[in-house]
Design a protein around this ligand. Structure first.
Ligand code: HMG
Ligand code: MG
Length: 305
């Protein structure tokens, strides 16, 4: 194994619950409830929150209120509200809404990309060139997503060398960070190690984020593997909300509560309070009308603080 074997002193959490989580809910969620959820997440100490997507409203009706949501969020210098942007039309909407950070999309799998954004991988990277450039010119910072980095729900296992090439291409376009996605939640720690080993050969670990879904209960194990390799940025969703409408069978992101519990027990700083996340998860769980999957949430941890 190459790279660091010591845990990072501090982990940066990128909360994706309002976007990755709510995009997958069948219940209609009122704009006011989304804002309350986001405010509670910010109050818990999160400084990076992906709040919505500027995708086609018919493709993801749950986030069709993106333009209005951004306008209604309280202005702050402390919290970075980000949004997912799939194309130039989405970027124009994001600029108008005053977004300061965006996430742009591609995937290791051509088939997933086609189903998700109606382009294959090569076409999507080509289209991202002018998109990233225009965002940067507008003073908007950009993270890249590489979905299906381990397993594609349509094509099966992905080639780590191809993932590394895509990551490098995204950095060359000007993104400041790449979030490496286990979209199906099917990866296990040995696969995380193999792919990360390859990625750490082409870029510094500080510029990578891990985006684990928890379909098979592997997200915390995968997180632990990535922490051992020095990765210090993780995407998570309060309560374990999450899923991609174009990845059938995939379930929620690693729960922010589980990530916090792990970091706390390992002595890793996050700046985020479990009690505050519980406050947000309890709220959004009532709104969506179901028990959220986070096991840490179910234990009552965080109620004492
Ligand atoms: P398309 O149909 O190829 O778009 O959709 P088009 O360029 O052909 O345009 C068709 C029409 O849509 C036009 O309208 C456009 O203006 C309009 P018309 O002229 O016919 O009236 N249009 C838009 N309207 C509003 N906002 C836009 C937009 N774009 C076009 N942005 C598109 C391409 C990407 C938009 C579509 O496929 C789409 O919205 N896909 C949704 C993708 C998505 O949200 N997936 C879930 C998120 S990804 C994920 O969850 C994975 C992640 O979490 C990481 C992981 O887990 O691995 C990030
Ligand atoms: Mg996801």
């Amino acid at each position: 194994m190459t790279g660091v074997t010591k845990f990072p002193a501090r982990v940066r959490i990128v909360e994706v619950g309002p976007r990755d989580g709510l995009q997958n809910e069948s219940a209609t969620i009122a704009l006011a409830d989304k804002i309350t959820f986001i405010e509670r997440l910010a109050a818990a100490g999160l400084q990076d929150i992906e709040v919505t997507s500027f995708v086609h409203p018919k493709r993801v009706p749950q986030l069709a209120d993106a333009d209005e949501l951004l306008g209604r969020l309280p202005r702050t210098d402390v919290v970075r509200y980000a949004a997912l942007v799939p194309n130039m039309r989405g970027l124009e909407r994001a600029i108008k809404a005053g977004v300061s950070r965006i996430g742009v999309l591609t995937a290791a799998s051509d088939t997933f990309n086609r189903k998700n954004i109606n382009m294959n991988t090569r076409e999507s990277i080509t289209a991202l060139g002018p998109l990233v450039q225009r965002a940067l010119e507008q003073g908007i910072s950009v993270r890249g997503y590489v979905s299906t980095s381990w397993i594609c729900p349509y094509e099966g296992p992905m080639d780590k060398h191809k993932v590394a090439e895509i990551v490098q291409e995204l950095f060359a376009l000007g993104v400041d960070e790449v979030s490496v996605g286990d979209t199906t939640g099917g990866a296990v720690p040995a696969q995380v190690e193999a792919t990360l080993d390859r990625l750490l050969g082409v870029c510094p670990g500080e510029r990578l984020a891990m985006h684990f879904h928890d379909t098979y209960g592997m997200a915390v194990a995968n997180t632990y593997q990535a922490l051992r390799m020095g990765i210090s940025t993780f995407d998570s969703a309060a309560g374990g909300l999450g899923g991609c409408p174009y990845a059938p069978g995939a379930s929620g992101n690693v729960a922010t509560e589980e990530l916090l519990y792990l970091c706390d027990r390992l002595g890793i700083e996050t700046g985020v309070r479990l009690s505050g996340i519980r406050h947000a998860s309890d709220f959004i769980g009532r709104v969506v009308g179901r028990t959220l999957p986070s096991r840490v949430l179910a234990t009552g941890a965080g109620t004492e603080a």
